[in-house]
Design a protein around this ligand. Structure first.
Ligand SMILES: [Zn+2]
Length: 59
């Protein structure tokens, strides 16, 4: 499931630090439009991977 920037709509990629726990929130600037994207990551046992949501910081 590709993530897209909530501001410019470009595809974005982010890697979750597995040492950070099952629930994480962090902000990374979009590589295209440089606006701050808030990421929310939640560990999914059934996926064996993180579920990652990207949203606008000021939402
Ligand atoms: Zn962007």
């Amino acid at each position: 499931m590709p993530l897209t920037c909530p501001y410019c709509g470009e595809p974005i990629d982010s890697f979750v630090d597995p040492g950070g726990g099952e629930l994480q929130e962090y902000i990374e600037d979009c590589a295209v439009c440089c606006r701050p994207i808030q990421f929310r990551a939640r560990w999914r046992e059934d996926w064996n991977d993180y579920q990652l949501v990207a949203c606008a910081e000021d939402e």
